[in-house]
Structures are given as C-alpha cells and as structure tokens.
Design a protein around this ligand. Structure first.
Ligand SMILES: C[S@@+](CC[C@H](N)C(=O)[O-])C[C@H]1O[C@@H](n2cnc3c(N)ncnc32)[C@H](O)[C@@H]1O
Length: 172
C-alpha cells in the first residue's frame, strides 16, 4: 500500500514538474536567469534611479526587481506566470528587505497594464518580443525606457546597444 502511494506521489510530482516547465514556455520564454553581472549592466544602461517605476516582464526569481530597488532605489514590479518562481521571488524580496519597494504579481504579463512604467526590462525570445512590442506600443508613455537582454525588439531602433553583453535599450 505504501509503495503504491509513493509511486503515485512520484508520478504526480513528475507530471506537475513537466506542466510547470512547459507552461511558461508556452506563454513566453522558459526560466533562464540573467546573470547578476548582466542585470547590473542592464540597470546601469537604462540609468535606473529612485524616480523610476520598473516592470520586469517574466521576472523569474526576482533578481532584477530586487537589484533595481536595493542598488538603484527604484520601485519595481515583477510579473511572473510560474508559481514556483513567483513564490521564490516573494522569499527573495523578504530576505533582501525590499518589501516596501518591490512587488511581484503572479500573472500573464500580457494581461497587466504597464501604463505607469518608466522602465521595462525583458528577457524573452525573438518571436514573443514581437507580441510584447505591440503591447508596449499601446501601454507605455513616451520616454519610457525598455531594456531587452539577448533579443532585439524587431521593428524598433535601439537608442543604445551593448553588443558585448547583448543589451538593447529603447526609448519609447
Ligand atoms: C528567460 S526568463 C527571465 C527571468 C528574469 N527576468 C531574469 O532576467 O532573470 C523568462 C521568464 O518569463 C516568465 N514568463 C514567460 N512568459 C510569461 C508571461 N506571459 N507572463 C509572465 N511571465 C512569463 C517565465 O516563467 C520565466 O521565468
């Protein structure tokens, strides 16, 4: 009986794990974290400061939103569809004592209004960036900075690029 329950539990865990991995890959890019050194470069590149409201679209473990608040003084909001990364980033926000400045929302970022953003960070994929670009065009105020890691926003001309680190800055 115990063997049977154990096998069922393991099978359930495997199925949940596969769904979890596949889900974020279906609605956007799967979780691949930006190296912290690159996160710092992205935030420096966009000149993030304490006047900014930064959104990270697909915020993973929350490393961008935490660093934006902790080292650059910005208010930051992460949007993450994956429940485990969402919970992980909640823990990271508490551990880094930035709860007053940082928030994470468990949602599909296509369904979140980005109107008050002054900076948007992205690490998605080439194809998904085309859809994101349409959303950004609709939601963002003129002057908002968009920093994309590794993938360009096809059809927009970057204001600055850092080719060595694959960082692209756009100003709406
Ligand atoms: C390549 S990772 C980047 C994570 C983080 N921004 C970083 O730079 O370390 C992409 C993240 O986007 C999330 N994601 C993909 N599509 C999404 C969507 N439509 N809404 C919210 N999150 C999404 C994935 O779950 C994953 O954590």
């Amino acid at each position: 009986m115990i063997d049977w329950i154990l096998i069922l539990a393991i099978e359930t865990c495997i199925i949940l794990f596969v769904i979890w991995i596949a889900w974020s890959g279906i609605v956007g890019a799967p979780w691949v974290p930006t190296p912290r050194k690159r996160v710092r470069s992205m935030l420096e590149f966009a000149d993030v400061n304490h006047d900014d409201i930064l959104y990270d679209l697909g915020s993973g473990d929350g490393r961008i939103i935490v660093m934006a608040a902790k080292e650059f003084g910005a208010r930051s909001i992460g949007i993450e569809v994956d429940p485990l990364r969402y919970l992980w980033s909640k823990v990271s926000i508490r551990r880094n004592r930035v709860s007053s400045k940082v928030q994470v929302i468990k949602r599909n970022f296509f369904k979140v209004d980005l109107e008050d953003a002054t900076v948007v960070t992205l690490y998605q994929g080439y194809e998904i960036n085309k859809k994101i670009r349409e959303k950004l065009s609709e939601d963002l105020q003129p002057g908002t900075r968009v920093v994309s890691y590794r993938f360009i926003l096809d059809g927009w001309t970057p204001t600055r690029t850092n080719d060595d680190e694959s960082i692209y800055l756009y100003v709406v």
